[in-house]
Write a new protein. Structure first.
Length: 268
């Protein structure tokens, strides 16, 4: 795909008489920032010292700074640390949580940048930030061989599922903020799938013009939500927009109840 500015920042295109209008979605920068906010572990790839030119991947817990830069706590004895000392260029892959089913349909983002050691003047702030995200690190955070490192993000590549992908400028990412429902999304999704599967089928029929045997909510944000639909052997997804933006769990609940009521009236 082209590296030029893309459709993720463009308004929905007008619909023809036969085409359904596009459902509003957040810009890729906001979606990437939200994903990184929701997660706290990724895969860090560094340049191998042992095998020159080859990438070396490591499991890497992180804390996210207020500007979106990941902060790491790593031991000087670790292979990835030794790699970074020789060459700071690295990438961090963070993937959407899940049970492994439909892995390619899940969101993920790759950050590309330079990972360098945080100096002593910033250590206290980095320590507080990291322990808030990774509380178990309190047992080794003050070991002499551990130090804090930070990635200066130069570029990002976001994949939101099949056919949803593109580069994100670093400045656009730095200025983005996590979706306001990011902290509550997992609970909302769990509740809807456990207790309101029938309502999701109804919403899919009324708002996405899709009939299905099974429906499950897979994501939710301030502008709407995605559902995974199963009809016989066919499995596919659909996006359903909210009639207005929501910013809290209560607002999401209110809007979903309104939409279900409207869907029932439309069906009847």
């Amino acid at each position: 795909m082209s590296d030029a500015p893309r459709k993720h920042n463009a308004p929905p295109m007008p619909a023809s008489d036969t085409e359904r209008p596009s459902v509003p979605e957040s810009a890729y920068a906001e979606r990437a920032r939200t994903l990184l906010h929701q997660r706290d572990i990724g895969s860090l790839s560094t340049h191998s010292r042992r095998r020159t030119g080859y990438p070396f991947a490591s499991v890497m817990p992180y804390a996210l700074g207020p500007d979106g830069r990941p902060v790491f706590l790593i031991s000087g004895m670790a292979m990835h640390t030794q790699n970074l000392m020789a060459d700071p260029r690295a990438s961090l892959l963070v993937t959407e949580a899940g049970d492994g089913a439909d892995a390619l349909g899940k969101a993920r983002v790759t950050l590309v940048g330079d990972v360098t050691r945080i100096d002593d003047a910033e250590r206290a702030a980095a320590r507080d930030l990291y322990l808030e995200a990774q509380p178990s690190a309190k047992y080794w955070v003050d070991f002499e061989d551990f130090a804090f490192y930070r990635m200066e993000v130069l570029d990002l590549y976001y994949v939101g599922g099949f056919g949803v992908m593109g580069w994100i400028p670093a400045m656009e990412y730095a200025e983005a903020r996590p979706d306001p429902l990011a902290g509550a999304a997992a609970d909302i999704i769990g509740h809807m799938n456990a207790d309101h599967a029938d309502a999701l089928l109804l919403l899919a029929e009324a708002y996405a013009e899709e009939t299905a045997d099974e429906a499950a909510m897979t994501s939710i944000d301030r502008l709407g939500f995605h559902v995974r639909l199963k009809s016989g052997d066919r499995v596919h997804g659909a996006r359903i927009g909210f009639p207005r933006q929501v910013r809290t769990t209560q607002e999401a609940r209110t809007v979903l109840v309104e939409m279900v009521r409207h869907a029932r009236k439309k069906r009847d």
